[in-house]
Ligand binder design. Structure first.
Ligand SMILES: [Zn+2]
Length: 475
């Protein structure tokens, strides 16, 4: 190979745009106590290599029924065919360690130098796919060109690819890494995961408190990074021999602005807290089984395949639980829905005219208000049916001699197939319910559980996106 083609660099580690390498590079920095990849020196790489080798050897020789075996499960989900995880791995720790030490040895420049697959630095090691997660699978992030025995990978990147489980949010069968326009958010995500990794190694997954998810850790890091526009992507994967998978979810760039708005505004904060509380699930002993803050955080992430639940949909469904909310809480959830559409989708529709028409019809049309409310609920999200209901409602009110101040032209955007018409119909429902509540139209039975009320009021005084801080307590 032409030596000129190999980028000459004195850097020991570069954080590239490859999401897995980048997450690993952040983990290497955190483990070495360095602020960024550019500050790394050769001795830092030595120290990180020693730690990784020790941890891998410990996990690979752990008994199956001990907490320490959990770290082996993590390694197996990332590198199922590696020397450390394969069923035929050496059980002798010394033999295994010497194989691992070799994996992370400095480049030997007496051998042919090739540009590193990730960062382009001169590299003399060729790595097979068994050492690199998600390489040459049918969900691959990288596929080898024909005729090459493997990928050239420099020492910094070799370490980064094996520091990956420290820098990602791991479960016993998957890993999730974060890409974000804000370096500080990526760093915070890695910092937390490095501490969490240590805890898993010592106490196993059962040593962690349930109910925290990578989306929650990401949103906290994003909020701490400030309100500037910034997109994030979470890459979750399992590098399985038979069925590898990769799932990608994203937040919109305006999410930090939305979070800042929620944090700085009492009714919005109340709305978010009510959402978190509503999404929390407990077992019969009162232990949290599904964490509300983490579930709420998930709603701000959109899956690439479109199969994810949106915040707007969740709030819409919660608001229809009409027997659940008092006026103040209903108003807070409605404001949260409006704020999300405004900050994140740039949508600020004036729905008061159409909402008033529907509320008038529910209040004064024939039959019981509760029955008409149910009728509206069935039609509300479907453009065609909502259009039919609006015609019916306006004629009914006119026949009864009531003023109808809005024309069909004005509700057209809500009943035709326009972008975001669906979200507008959800906001319309929130507004209709709010107006009915304000007028005192009895369509619900107010909640009676005072103890739950007190718990909610207590939560309102705490910041949003709270983690269970004891998740990372002393190991
Ligand atoms: Zn490299």
């Amino acid at each position: 190979m032409d030596p000129v083609a190999v980028a000459s660099t004195t850097r020991h580690l570069t954080a590239t745009s490859h999401p897995l390498q980048r997450a690993g590079a952040w983990a290497v920095c955190v483990m070495a106590g360095r602020a960024s990849a550019g500050q790394m020196v050769a001795a830092d790489l030595d120290a990180v290599a020693t730690r990784i080798v020790e941890d891998v050897a410990e996990a690979a020789s752990a008994d199956k029924d001990t907490p320490r075996y959990d770290w082996w499960k993590v390694l197996f989900a990332l590198y199922p065919n590696s020397k450390a995880t394969h069923a035929s791995r050496p059980r002798d720790r010394t033999v295994l360690k010497s194989a691992l030490v070799e994996m992370f040895a400095p480049d030997d420049h007496d051998r042919p130098v090739r540009p590193c697959t990730f960062c382009g630095a001169g590299s003399t090691s060729i790595w097979a796919k068994s050492m690199l997660p998600m390489f040459d699978t049918n969900k691959a992030l990288n596929t080898l060109p024909p005729g090459l025995a493997g990928w050239p990978v420099c020492r910094g990147c070799r370490l980064a690819m094996w520091a990956l489980p420290y820098g990602s949010w791991v479960t016993a069968g998957s890993a999730t890494v974060l890409s974000c326009e804000q370096d500080s958010a990526e760093r915070e995500f890695a910092e937390r995961n490095v501490v969490r990794a240590r805890r898993i190694m010592h106490a196993g997954f059962t040593g962690l408190v349930a109910g925290v998810r990578p989306e929650l850790v990401t949103l906290r890091a994003l909020r701490n990074a400030g309100p500037d526009l910034s997109a994030t992507t979470l890459w979750s994967f399992k590098n399985d021999n038979q069925e590898p998978w990769l799932r990608v979810t994203r937040t919109r760039r305006a999410v930090p602005t939305f979070l800042a708005a929620v944090q700085g505004n009492a009714p919005l904060r109340r709305g978010w807290r009510l959402l978190e509380t509503a999404l929390t699930q407990r077992d019969k002993n009162g232990q949290v089984t599904v964490g509300g803050p983490a579930e709420a955080a998930r709603l701000l992430f959109e899956a690439e395949d479109g199969r994810s639940r949106s915040l707007s949909r969740q709030l819409h469904d919660l608001l229809w639980d009409t027997d659940r909310w008092r006026s103040q809480d209903r108003a807070a959830l409605t404001r949260l829905a409006y704020s999300y559409e405004k900050e994140v989708h740039g949508m600020e529709p004036n729905l008061s005219g159409v909402a008033t028409l529907i509320a008038d019809w529910i209040e004064h049309g024939s039959g019981s208000p509760r029955g008409r409310l149910a009728e509206y609920r069935n039609a509300g999200l479907n453009g065609y049916r909502l259009g039919a209901l609006l015609y019916q409602a306006s004629f009914r009110l006119k026949f009864d001699g009531r003023a109808v101040t809005i024309s069909a032209e004005e509700w057209k955007p809500l009943v035709t197939q326009r972008p975001r018409a669906w979200e507008q119909r959800m906001l319309l429902a929130a507004e209709v319910l709010r107006i009915l509540d304000q007028r005192g139209v009895v369509v619900n039975t107010p909640p009676a559980d005072e103890r739950e009320r007190e718990q909610v009021e207590q939560l309102m005084r705490e910041p949003i996106l709270a983690l269970h801080d004891d998740e990372l307590g002393p190991a």
